[in-house]
Design a protein around this ligand. Structure first.
Ligand SMILES: [Zn+2]
Length: 178
């Protein structure tokens, strides 16, 4: 008789644990949508990209305390391109604040790739790897680079950004569109 009660108690405990596991488990989508409140996105474009930028900043690049503005760029920007502006040199009056301009004719297929790339630059700035200097110069990983002397594709922070952007982009696809 005692053995029977013991089995019932054990079964009840197991049932309670299983029930608690399912009750307390947060749905995946709920966890993904929770972002650090210190990460802000100001989206001035027609694209629905707030969650995309938050996901890249918070979940993929693990940034904290950044404000990202995204707007359409001027005529100087290629149609399918993006550019990041953080050009206050050392005296940035708005630390952790960045503006990404995208080309006016950027389409849905291009936007995530562009954002992945520009957000890698945000990470480079935020970690202090990339430091803007006066006179179109920057410092990258301790080395001063004159931007007027080195073409775009050969700049080491661009080479790194292009490599990193692919990883960011594929992680983004996994997290947001899975
Ligand atoms: Zn770049």
């Amino acid at each position: 008789m005692k053995k029977k009660y013991l089995i019932i108690i054990i079964l009840a405990v197991v049932a309670i644990i299983v029930a608690l596991f399912f009750l307390l488990r947060k749905p995946k989508i709920y966890m993904e949508k929770k972002f650090k409140p210190t990460i802000e996105v100001v989206n001035g474009t027609n694209f629905d990209i707030d969650t995309t930028v938050l996901t890249i900043a918070d979940k993929i690049l693990n940034l904290d305390t950044v404000k990202i503005h995204i707007y359409y760029g001027t005529v100087t920007l290629e149609d399918d391109d993006g550019i990041i502006v953080n050009t206050f040199a050392q005296k940035n009056p708005f630390p952790h604040s960045y503006t990404i301009f995208i080309g006016k004719n950027v389409n849905k297929a291009q936007i995530n790739r562009i954002l992945s790339h520009e957000m890698v630059h945000v990470k480079q700035y935020e970690t202090g790897q990339l430091i803007p200097l006066e006179d179109k110069k920057v410092k990258y990983k301790g080395k001063a680079i004159d931007l007027q002397q080195l073409e775009y594709k050969r700049r080491p922070f661009e080479i790194d950004a292009f490599n990193e952007q692919m990883k960011v982009h594929s992680m983004l696809n996994r997290i947001v569109y899975e």
